[in-house]
Write a protein that binds this ligand. Structure first.
Ligand code: NIG
Ligand code: FE
Length: 431
């Protein structure tokens, strides 16, 4: 069966429009909804989007060829896109969660050898198969929450062998799981303990050895840095990101997460595709990002889990910054795969509207990972990546929170989740 016909959605959220630049201000609210909307997908590409009656007329001689999904009473959106995860890791850190609830801070735990260092130890110790299987299972969970594309960072190695292992696992996951996994090198996730007294030597290693090798092997598209007081300074971050640019790696930054540190300004200055976190970003930094079109990837689940105040998403949108949303899925600051829950937090904690959070988790998220030409909206020529939710309208998706409303997921034109359950044979392989 090569054709798939999704019919009669009570709301078909197309997000049709300009895919050349991320959406800003009022354009973030323009969902371009079609009521009684249908989509015709052939092979893995969207061939038609419109009113059910119009598509029935267009394909009337071919209806018998198509697999038909009745979406009446349901909400249909582009497959959700998660543009910031630390997908490939081993182990779990619930004991640190407990320590934080007893008063320890995230940075204290990290500086004491836990945090990122604890996950690094576990990731080093894991075999490639173990790492693959754990991460594969997380991808299944992402799919069950309506997510069809996931960015994945390395950074739980910070030495060549383990960074390579993480990136190779990400590559293999991309090949063997239906979800598209977009790789980012994040060797600059922390200064390894053995370089504590001499971080410059580690930066040298990143710039002279690891970044060139990653690029040469074609294992990443982006280069990310944790620019934070006590981790990498803006000046060090700039050098690491500039080095990546020489090798064709596009800069991303973990910016202004815990303290104000001019991370947003740096992102604009070096032409990063996104700056992420931004809880403590300055107004000047936000304006610079707006001017340069740097996507703000906001992670309200991390703020929630670290019991911090969320980024000022409302202000960023009002200033013209393109905003995207992501889980930041990782074992320390955001152990979740539920992008729909993050969308609810976008409303509750950052005063974004239900329409804005949908744009932020689809087309703007696609822009943050350089994929807006292929995904993020339901338009002719784009990939057949579609999620069907068991709610009648887009507002209800955020309003009725804490429940997984995902009913059906279509990836590359194939049904991979139906009735909220994985279709096993299809989800195990792209081919
Ligand atoms: O995006 N802030 C730095 N990195 C991750 C957390 C990684 C971890 O704690 O394991 C983040 O929040
Ligand atoms: Fe992160």
């Amino acid at each position: 069966m090569t054709a798939l016909f999704i019919r009669n959605a009570s709301q078909l959220v197309t997000l049709q429009g300009n895919s050349h630049a991320p959406r800003v201000k009022e354009a973030m609210s323009e969902l371009n909804i079609i009521e009684n909307g249908s989509v015709w997908i052939e092979n893995d590409i969207i061939h038609a989007v419109g009113k059910d009656e119009d598509l029935v007329a267009k394909y009337k001689g071919r209806l018998h060829e198509a697999q038909i999904i009745d979406a009446s009473g349901k909400l249909v959106t582009p497959g959700l896109v998660d543009p910031h995860t630390h997908l490939v890791f081993a182990g779990s850190r619930e004991s640190e969660f407990n320590m934080r609830l007893e008063g320890a801070t995230y940075m204290e735990i990290m500086n004491g050898g836990g945090g990122i260092h604890a996950t690094t130890k576990a990731t080093k110790a894991a075999t490639k198969d173990e790492l693959f299987n754990e991460s594969y299972e997380r991808l299944n969970q992402f799919l069950l929450h309506g997510v069809t594309t996931v960015e994945a960072k390395s950074g739980y190695g910070m030495e060549w062998e383990t960074e390579l292992k993480q990136l190779e696992v990400a590559k293999e996951l991309n090949e063997r799981h239906v979800i598209d996994v977009i790789p980012t090198f994040m060797g600059a996730h922390a200064v390894p303990r053995e370089y504590k007294e001499n971080p410059e030597a580690f930066i040298d290693l990143l710039i002279k050895v690891m970044i060139p090798k990653v690029a040469q092997l074609g294992l990443a598209e982006f280069n990310d840095v944790f620019c934070e007081h006590g981790v990498f300074t803006p000046e060090q971050s700039k050098r690491i990101l500039e080095a990546g640019k020489i090798y064709g790696l596009i800069p991303k930054i973990h910016a202004d997460e815990i303290e104000p540190y001019q991370g947003a300004e740096l992102a604009a200055e070096i032409g990063a595709i996104s700056a992420d976190h931004l809880l403590k970003a300055s107004e000047q930094g936000m304006k610079a990002m707006a001017e340069k079109g740097v996507v703000a990837v906001l992670l309200p689940g991390t703020a929630y889990f670290l019991m911090a105040e969320s980024a000022n998403g409302r202000k960023m949108i009002d200033l013209g910054v393109p905003v995207a949303l992501s889980t930041d899925c990782n074992p320390g600051s955001s152990p979740t795969v539920s992008l729909p829950f993050i969308m609810n937090l976008g409303c509750m904690k950052m005063n974004m509207t239900p329409a804005e959070v949908i744009t932020a988790a689809t087309i703007n998220a696609a822009h943050a990972i350089n994929r807006a030409k292929e995904i993020g909206s339901l338009e002719v020529g784009k990939k057949g990546d579609i999620t069907i939710f068991n709610v009648g309208n887009y507002m209800k998706l955020q309003y009725y929170y804490g429940v997984n409303h995902t009913d059906t997921v279509v990836k590359n034109g194939k049904v991979v989740v139906r009735g909220g359950k994985l279709i096993e044979e299809l989800s195990i392989s792209k081919n």
